[in-house]
Write a protein that binds this ligand. Structure first.
Ligand SMILES: Cc1ncc(COP(=O)(O)O)c(C=O)c1O
Length: 396
């Protein structure tokens, strides 16, 4: 009955666990939810005031498909500053979150016969969108290399069919930030083999000290013409529900995005667009700094507890707000006579027995890991991880 294309789509494991945890909570079970992909912190007053002002001003009509001029201009100026390369507002399109920015990019650039390289573990939506475009995802395993991209391994995957690579730094689910050297090498390969770089930097404002973040265009200016930058106000402004993201790249690509989006959603909600203008105000930096401080404190607490657990390993995240725990040594063992045969059994047991909701790594292409978000109340981080520790103590 349904179109064949629906077979390409699996329910996002992240949303599935989020919904399950919500349902249990509503039933009165005190589940601690590490599964959410958003900050628990409220957005800033500046953004709220700007939204109210936009409503009072009556900004209720369609805007240009790719967004209001002020916003596109401010985004272009910000990217120009961050990359030290000039970007014009015509090279920017405002989209319904980074998700639509990525979807539009896949639809206008990829087609059947193309291969798109995706480092694994990856954000669940990347391969689905690639498949929907007709192209084939090709996965680059990073597990053996502490989640960094190994250039020799990458070279092995490049072929005449390679259309693009999707780079996500800081990475969801690992929190890894790619080194300058890695990004420079990827840029060189993209130029040599003529493929696109889709650079998803949704978490670039959330970097933990003393780590540093870099944008691939800033490092290698020549890749501007083959790079699509993807970003969003969702994570850094605690605005996931307002749905504002953007895509930035060469004008022919942005014009194609405009055509496509014109037949899909048209513009992003006008009020949301006017509201995020406030995030360009200098005073907003204080908000982000406060968020970063809170997240770093929670991460430190989380790592202190995890370091006391046996058989659990991790690579320390450098950004975003996720911890990806390697649970390989737990798989194949027993909890109260129940065999933990795979990672989904483990996540189910954690929900039912330890009352913590985590996301199973199989959705991220890593069936030995679990993802925990520490963007939840500090007490929940502490209590939830003690629940995990007590659970693991009963595994043998
Ligand atoms: C790597 C990555 N890209 C894009 C998105 C989508 O973000 P948005 O809410 O802006 O659509 C997410 C959301 O979790 C993400 O983790």
């Amino acid at each position: 009955m349904l179109a064949n294309r629906m077979q390409l789509i699996t329910e996002a494991s992240t949303s599935a666990m989020r919904n399950k945890a919500k349902q249990l909570k509503e039933e009165g079970i005190p589940v601690i939810n590490f599964a959410a992909g958003e900050l628990d912190i409220d957005t800033s007053n500046e953004i709220k005031l700007a939204a109210k002002e936009a409503i009072d001003q009556g900004y209720n009509k369609y805007t240009d498909t790719l967004g209001i001029h002020q916003l596109r201009t401010l985004i272009a100026e910000r990217i120009s500053k961050e990359t030290e390369v000039t970007y014009l507002k015509e090279e920017v399109g405002v989209t319904v979150g980074a998700k639509q920015a990525l979807f539009n990019t896949a639809m206008v650039l990829f087609e059947e016969g193309d291969e798109v390289i995706i480092p694994s573990p990856y954000w669940v939506t990347f391969p689905i969108q690639v498949k929907l475009s007709g192209a084939t995802p090709v996965f680059l395993d990073t597990e053996k290399f502490d989640y960094q991209i190994n250039i020799e391994e990458l070279k092995k995957l490049i072929s005449s069919k390679t259309k693009a690579i999707i780079i996500n730094s800081p990475n969801n689910p690992t929190g890894i930030v790619y080194s300058n050297e890695t990004l420079e090498n990827i840029a060189k390969l993209a130029i040599e083999h003529n493929f696109w770089i889709i650079f998803d930097e949704c978490y670039n404002k959330l970097i933990h000290m003393p780590h540093e973040y870099n944008n691939i265009v800033k490092l290698v200016k020549e890749v501007k013409e083959r790079t699509i930058l993807i970003n969003s106000f969702s994570k850094a402004c605690a605005l996931t529900g307002w749905r504002v993201g953007y895509v930035c790249g060469p004008q022919p690509v942005i014009k194609a995005v405009q055509k496509l989006q014109g037949h899909m959603t048209s513009n992003v909600c006008s009020i949301s667009q006017y509201a995020v203008l406030a995030s360009f105000d200098g005073s907003h930096i204080g908000f982000i700094e406060k968020v970063k401080k809170t997240l770093k404190n929670r991460l430190d607490i989380a790592l202190q507890i995890i370091n006391t657990m046996e058989n659990v390993s991790y690579i320390e995240p450098q950004g975003a707000f996720y911890l990806f725990l390697n649970m390989q040594k737990i798989l194949g063992k027993y909890y109260n006579n129940i065999l933990i045969s795979d990672i989904s059994v483990l996540t189910r047991l954690l929900l039912e027995e330890a009352q913590i909701a985590v996301v199973s790594g199989d959705g991220f292409g890593s069936p030995i890991g679990i993802r925990l978000s520490y963007a939840i109340a500090t007490e929940d981080v502490r209590n939830g991880l003690y629940n995990l520790k007590r659970f693991l103590e009963k595994v043998s």
